[in-house]
Design a protein. Structure first.
Length: 315
């Protein structure tokens, strides 16, 4: 059984409504010939003319008058269904699955979510925190936050801000063991390591003049979560490479200080990544915009922009 030609019946109803093939074509944003062919298909299918046409007039036949009420309902219900679907698709509603690094997620993403959920009551967020690299597509995630120099991939990525990293230590540690002047001096220091660095047993530094140095850190503690290094750092047990978003308040208040001025690890950035494909659901677009605005305006992000500007100027 063939389905009814719903498109042609809707076109017929529009012609009857406007009284003109040309005006119907304008309303439907199609060519006049498309309208004529649709009506012609119907007439061939039912075996009767729907309009009496002359060069000046267009009038419904008896068959056309009999069919008009049903055709008008098809047109009206189709327009209503499309309007409803469009509104539903554009209104942010539903669940967003978001993956983020553990420490960053706890410190800087979770505190933002109450304001987001109040602003978008139709959206719920499933937040997954972990420092291992998440497969967004395989894991069914809508969105991820990644802090890295991103490798090429099929994922869509939006760079939010630079993440400045520094070698830091407590002043008490540096007073006891001295302040290294070059990365190679770190061979005599206690180094606290982060296991999820791209190469965890090597620290690479770049000087403002372009020179590079690579060292093999050794020390009493290594962890797969950056938060776990904080107590040992503040207790003066060693030095560590840490991002500003972890310790900008410690640096501001003097509990920690930057070591090796002029040297820094290779640049990385905070990115929002999502599976490929368009269009994004409205709920995902809403969270992308909210996180982008909020995170790029964070104090540690502004400090990184200032530091980068100063570094660029010095180079």
């Amino acid at each position: 059984m063939k389905l009814p030609d719903f498109e042609a019946w809707a076109v017929f109803a529009k012609v009857a409504e406007t009284g003109s093939f040309g005006r119907a074509a304008l309303d439907l944003a199609v060519a006049k010939g498309t309208v004529s062919k649709a009506v012609g298909r119907l007439e061939a299918r039912i075996g009767a003319r729907l309009f009496n046409r002359t060069s000046r007039t267009l009038a419904l036949t008896e068959a056309g008058r009999a069919a008009l009420a049903g055709a008008a309902r098809i047109l009206a219900e189709g327009e209503a269904a499309e309007a409803s679907a469009t509104a539903s698709a554009s209104e942010p509603r539903g669940r967003v699955r978001l993956a983020a690094p553990m420490s960053f997620g706890v410190m800087h993403v979770a505190p933002l979510l109450p304001a987001f959920l109040l602003q978008y009551p139709g959206i719920s967020v499933d937040l997954h925190l972990g420092d291992d690299l998440i497969d967004l597509v395989g894991g069914g995630f809508d969105l991820g936050l990644r802090i890295a120099a991103l490798a090429d991939s099929s994922l869509r990525a939006r760079r939010l801000c630079t993440v400045h990293r520094s070698l830091v230590a407590a002043p008490a540690y540096l007073d006891r063991h001295g302040r290294p002047g070059h990365p190679h001096d770190l061979s005599g220091h206690a180094c606290l390591g982060y296991a999820y660095l791209p190469v965890p047993d090597r620290w690479r530094f770049i000087h403002a003049d372009g020179a590079e140095a690579v060292v093999a850190p050794e020390g009493p503690l290594r962890a797969n979560n950056a938060d776990a290094l904080g107590p040992a750092l503040r207790a003066g047990l060693g030095l560590a490479v840490q991002p500003d978003f972890m310790l900008w308040e410690d640096l501001r208040d003097g509990r920690l200080e930057r070591v090796l001025p002029g040297w820094s690890p290779p640049p990385i950035a905070l990115h929002l990544v999502s599976p490929p494909g368009d269009p994004r659901p409205a709920r995902v677009t809403a969270l992308v915009g909210f996180l982008a605005r909020s995170l790029s305006a964070a104090p540690w992000a502004r400090n990184a922009q200032i530091s980068n500007a100063a570094h660029t100027k010095s180079v």
